[in-house]
Design a protein around this ligand. Structure first.
Ligand code: ZN
Length: 309
């Protein structure tokens, strides 16, 4: 395990305004998204994926991304990131002044073709073009690749760890700043997670820096813990576990931000997050997405008396 570099050892990176809302049909008002980002910042979060530069026609829910990046940059110390589907999106991300942009790369060949209409290696080539564009523009926007379906795929089934590690190596060679492994569809188990992150660190070192889990089948927090034991320190999470899985109707979404905060509080690892503020925010987000199911566990009973908020 790597030693703590700062008093706050864990970065919880909120993905609600992007990953969480992506599967919500009704468009959330920009004012509510700003209130959400503002409250996350007040609760101690310093990294938030605020939206995506996909064509607004494809995803009207996320059409206000540039405005949200600008808003997030007014909050002290907050680092907004955005998802980008391709070079065009990357250009908009750079122009928006986002701190980081995340390009999804599917480790499953079948998933990649179905969702991105590109092979994984074609996505790696796009990644290289994005790094070149960023450098040519003199931008400091970090380029991150999120390797999705890294632990299994609803279309293809098994995804070979060797293929995931090959893509990790290819991403390093393409010049990316950060790499994450994502269990997009909730197939991962904690032993698999520990092994793959350990192997990934051997290939990419500190560049492998993010773990993204969905709680589709109830193993989300166990997988977070396994990735932490393997050396990961940054975890994606979503307020109230909002968001589903496009390939598993009715399934729960990302691990809940307040659950991840509780997990690390329970083992005495500092996250810098204010638990009560997160719980209050959960209620507000629930009212903004009325009718959408929220998930997670800690909200039901609250903190035990033995754990400080
Ligand atoms: Zn996700």
């Amino acid at each position: 395990m790597r030693a703590a570099k700062t008093p706050i050892d864990i970065v919880v990176s909120e993905v609600g305004p992007r990953d969480g809302l992506q599967s919500v049909a009704r468009t959330m008002a920009t004012g509510h998204k700003k209130a959400w980002i503002d409250a996350l910042h007040a609760a101690g979060l310093r990294e938030i994926e605020v939206g995506s530069f996909v064509p607004p026609k494809l995803m009207p829910q996320l059409a206000d991304t540039a405005e949200l990046v600008a808003f997030a940059k007014t909050l002290p110390g907050l680092l907004p990131s955005v998802l980008v589907p391709n070079l065009k999106g990357a250009e908009r991300a750079i122009d928006s002044g986002a701190h980081a942009m995340l390009l999804p790369l599917s480790a499953s060949h079948a998933h990649s073709l179905a969702n991105l209409r590109k092979t994984p290696d074609e996505v790696v080539a796009e990644l290289r073009r994005i790094v070149d564009l960023r450098d040519a523009k003199g931008s400091h926007c970090l380029v991150e690749v999120g390797i999705s379906t890294a632990f299994g795929c609803t279309i293809q089934g098994r995804v070979e760890p060797a293929e995931v590690l090959r893509l990790v190596r290819a991403a390093v060679d393409a010049g990316v700043d950060r790499i994450g492994l994502a269990d997009t569809v909730g197939y991962a188990d904690p032993l698999q997670v520990g092994t793959l992150f350990e192997q990934g660190i051997e290939v990419a070192g500190d560049k492998l820096s993010c773990a993204h889990f969905h709680d589709t089948r109830g193993l989300g927090l166990a997988n977070v813990f396994a990735a932490w034991q393997a050396g990961m320190r940054r975890f994606d999470a979503c307020t109230g576990g909002l968001g589903g899985c496009p390939h598993a109707p009715g399934a729960s979404g990302n691990v809940a931000t307040e659950d991840v905060a509780y997990l690390f509080a329970s083992v005495g690892v500092p996250t810098g997050l204010n638990f009560n503020a997160l719980m209050a925010l959960r209620e507000r987000v629930a009212s903004w997405v009325e009718g959408e199911p929220l998930h997670g566990a800690i909200w039901r009973a609250g903190l035990p008396r033995t754990v400080a908020a």
